[in-house]
Design a protein around this ligand. Structure first.
Ligand code: BES
Ligand code: MN
Ligand code: MN
Length: 481
């Protein structure tokens, strides 16, 4: 039987049979503290990459760990039509009419801090009972190790049952997503031919709720800077000097305060110039989702919420740009009191962007906003931490339809199209450098505590995620070239 017609039902059975094994494997990966942003975890981050590369090799992929100036990339290939070796890496996609799919995930995680708020150590994965059944609690459980493993487990089951995959697959796993993907663009440029495919599948987003799967068609972009305001040449006695010269902390706080007006509208000139209003069709679609605002805000421990005046919570979250301080420091922050005028103060400031905004223009506008307000005797030192555009993926693609079909087969409720407030740098880079679109099929839930203490992944989501990927692989095989 041609690989494109192999049945998916026995693959789903195999996933059920081996589910405990899949949970054990995820726990093995979660035990490796792959904190990409912290140089102290360089070796462990590499170890997690190697773990993934070895796992793909065991499944039957031609799998390699590739060095970059930062953390390594995993690249693995399986071509059902050709011999499964290095020479099978022909660049043309759609040979024999079957599509070529690039699967992406990231094996790095956010730092677990603050540690004291974890109920179990962040790198000792623990299975606990919750209202939706069992869940695994650990840093990286849902972002993105658990989600990445939904794809890998689907490949494993397909290979175990049929000895092949129904489409040609390339896997790209990154170890720097949580630290702004600095090596990604050069890597895509240098390996453009090898990574070329028809579409890129990403499992790093959420479902609508535990019964309702979702495909994310909008991602916000991100412009992130760290800005230090330098004032006096050294720290000063606040009794001797206080009131006689610029205090960088006071000045920085005032400038950060000026980023918004009283209606919380961002004051950077030109910030909203290219922002598009939602179409009537989109408004209708979003309304139909039945967003539960109280539950959403309640999940964050607040009642009324706040944001740009005159906009709904859904708009504020998915389709409006923001500017936020993410960290602020300077002066004496230790225990007790110390009377000091600090020599400098720093703010980490990020803007979330929406489609059509030019990230470079927003970056320049933000920097100019700060510089225009430089107090006397002061100067700015500014470090960029990443500039990524927002993304809209086409909703009329045959691959999206195939993914919808696979999700429909797996879940009792039909999939919905949603937006996402977060960012995934790869999606813009693949569009720009490799020239094809991405398909964002994720299995996270709103209450997963992404980037937060006690991050978790529901085992139900893990199971449904891998079954979905198994079914989507089949549906891809039917997409006409
Ligand atoms: N998986 C997230 C993106 C995400 C967040 C999707 C929330 C769905 C819901 C991703 O790992 C992430 O955290 N991205 C960063 C990007 C940054 C480090 C460039 C983000 O959005 O802050
Ligand atoms: Mn992620
Ligand atoms: Mn993340």
């Amino acid at each position: 039987m041609p690989a494109t017609q192999l049945p998916v039902a026995p693959v789903v059975k195999q996933l059920e049979k081996d589910f405990d094994g899949a949970v054990q494997r995820l726990c093995d990966l979660l035990r490796i503290p792959s904190i990409s942003t912290d140089p102290a975890y360089k070796a462990q981050t590499r170890q997690a990459g190697k773990w993934c590369a070895d796992e793909l090799k065991r499944i039957g992929f031609d799998s390699t760990l590739r060095d970059t100036p930062g953390h390594p990339m995993v690249v693995a290939h399986f071509n059902p039509e050709g011999e499964n070796g290095r020479n099978a890496r022909s660049t043309s996609s759609r040979t024999n009419g079957s599509p070529h799919i690039l699967y992406y995930g990231h094996y790095d995680v956010q730092p677990p801090d603050p540690l004291e708020l974890w109920e179990h150590p962040p790198f000792e994965p623990t299975i606990v009972d919750g209202p939706q059944g069992k869940r695994v609690v650990a840093r990286g459980a849902v972002d993105d190790k658990g989600q990445m493993m939904t794809m890998i487990e689907a490949f494993r089951a397909w290979m175990k049952v049929h000895g092949t995959l129904p489409v040609r697959v390339t896997v790209l796993l990154e170890g720097e997503e949580e630290s702004g993907s600095p090596s990604l663009d050069p890597f895509l440029k240098a390996n453009k031919k090898e990574l070329s495919a028809d579409v890129c599948v990403v499992s790093d987003t959420g479902m609508w709720n535990i019964q309702t799967p979702a495909i994310t068609y909008m991602l916000r972009g991100l412009v992130y800077i760290e800005a230090t305001l330098h004032g006096p040449s050294h720290d000063l006695h606040s009794g001797m000097y206080g009131g006689t010269l610029v205090n960088p902390i006071n000045a920085l706080c005032k400038i950060v305060g000026e980023l918004h007006d009283k209606d919380r509208v961002v004051q950077i000139p030109g910030f909203y110039d290219d922002v598009e209003e939602l179409s009537d069709e989109e408004k209708k679609m979003w309304k139909g989702l039945g967003f539960k605002e109280k539950e959403f805000l309640g999940g964050a421990g607040v009642k009324s919420g706040a944001g740009e005046k005159g906009r709904s919570t859904m708009e504020r979250m998915w389709s409006r740009p923001t500017c936020d301080a993410n960290g602020i420091y300077g002066g004496y922050t230790g225990k007790g009191a110390k009377t000091v005028i600090a020599a400098h103060a720093t703010a980490k400031i990020s803007c979330r962007l929406v489609p059509s905004q030019d990230p470079q223009k927003v970056y320049d506008g933000l920097v100019k906003f700060l510089k225009d307000r430089t107090p006397p005797d002061c100067r700015w030192e500014i470090h960029p931490h990443g500039i990524n555009p927002a993304i809209r993926v086409p909703t009329e693609s045959p691959y999206l339809e195939a993914a919808m079909k696979g999700l429909k087969q797996t879940f009792s409720k039909p999939p919905v199209l949603i937006g996402c407030g977060g960012s995934i740098p790869l999606v813009g880079s693949v569009q720009k450098i490799l020239g094809f679109d991405s398909l964002l099929v994720g299995f996270g839930l709103e209450d997963d505590r992404v980037h937060s203490p006690n991050e978790k992944f529901e085992l139900k989501c893990y199971e449904m995620g891998m079954k979905s990927h198994a079914a989507i692989l089949s549906a891809f095989a039917e997409v006409e070239g």
